[in-house]
Design a protein around this ligand. Structure first.
Ligand code: LIP
Length: 317
């Protein structure tokens, strides 16, 4: 049954496959990568390649031709505009990361993807994430379900329970920010999470791929501070359509919405997390997979993780 978003999804899959061929060819041409490697804002940990820039230009031009009234947010376009703020409106807006996992791409690690999302009224309504090296194509549309190479997500069936954080495999990343404040906050958070104790911590080097591994059911949760809208837009649609939850690090406080009902956990901060809006420009993400126990358990585990997240000042997108 095709959804109202099917035309957008079909176009995104088409252009993602074309981009995937270009990315794969570059990935296999180490010489080309090393000769066309740059850094952003004098940060030697924040890499960008000619392939990132070329692919984004190609995708943006295709989408502008196909949907001339739509807006566009892209990682490299934003970088070229000195990281100007995104000015996201309610209008249809494509949100693109041409290569999510650029550092992996540069080092020849196959956890890379193109991520193409479409926002309408600031909500992700389609998501396409393609890893051309492992040939994993994730697709989703709002209320249309999420798929990996056509197979419904989660791929791990039956849906597994998660009694406590002690039995969880959690993903996080350390990002490109190397300030003392950032490093300390991330390591203190890691200490509090890992010493819960959890089964393990993983980092695949790409926010989009991290969220896809949560959507598959292979990992239980993912949190990161410092991500951008283009890293998580497509994956938010995919993870939500797989039965997962994507929120920020703090309870969503909206001046326009009534306070969410309080859960009977006795903890003031434990409002109804799973129904919070996700502020995609706020540089924080916390997400969890579908659980056999259902939404109440998702809420409980998210609250447990939230207690351990140490925030620091980050500029909005
Ligand atoms: C990456 C993100 C990842 C973050 C990295 C980097 P890029 O995006 O997906 O979550 O930890 O620092 O920002 O730069 O490879 O597109």
């Amino acid at each position: 049954m095709s959804s109202e978003y099917q035309q957008y999804l079909d176009e995104a899959v088409k252009i993602a496959k074309i981009a995937g061929k270009i990315i794969k060819e570059s990935f296999e041409n180490r010489q080309f990568i090393s000769e066309n490697l740059n850094i952003k804002q004098n940060n030697s940990s924040d890499l960008v390649t000619a392939t990132d820039q070329y692919v984004e230009k190609m995708v943006k031009s295709h989408l502008n031709k196909t949907f001339p009234t739509h807006s566009f947010i892209g990682e490299e376009t934003t970088a070229a505009n000195n990281n100007a703020s995104c000015n996201l409106t309610d209008e249809p807006t494509w949100c693109i990361d041409p290569i999510d996992g650029t550092t992996n791409f540069v080092h020849g690690l196959p956890f890379i993807c193109i991520s193409i999302g479409l926002l309408i009224k600031k909500e992700p309504v389609i998501g396409v994430i393609f890893n051309p090296i492992l040939n994993d194509l994730y697709t989703a549309s709002k209320n249309g379900g999420a798929f990996l190479n056509g197979k419904p997500l989660p791929t791990i069936r039956p849906i597994q329970p998660l009694e406590t954080l002690e039995k969880s495999l959690i993903i996080t990343e350390y990002g490109a920010n190397r300030s003392e404040e950032s490093i300390k906050a991330k390591l203190d958070t890691l200490h509090d999470v890992i010493s819960y104790p959890v089964h393990g911590i993983r980092s695949f080097g790409s926010a989009a791929i991290n969220m896809c591994y949560v959507a598959r059911g292979s990992c239980d949760a993912y949190y990161e501070i410092g991500i951008h809208a283009w890293d998580v837009c497509a994956a938010t649609c995919i993870l939500r359509e797989s039965g997962g939850v994507v929120v920020g690090w703090k309870p969503y406080k909206s001046t326009t919405e009534p306070d969410k009902k309080k859960l009977k956990t006795g903890n003031e901060e434990d409002i109804d997390i799973i129904n919070e809006k996700f502020d995609i420009l706020n540089r924080h993400v916390l997400c969890i997979r579908q659980l056999a126990e259902g939404p109440k358990k998702q809420n409980e585990i998210l609250a447990e993780i939230r207690k351990r997240l140490i925030d620091f000042e980050t500029e909005r997108d």
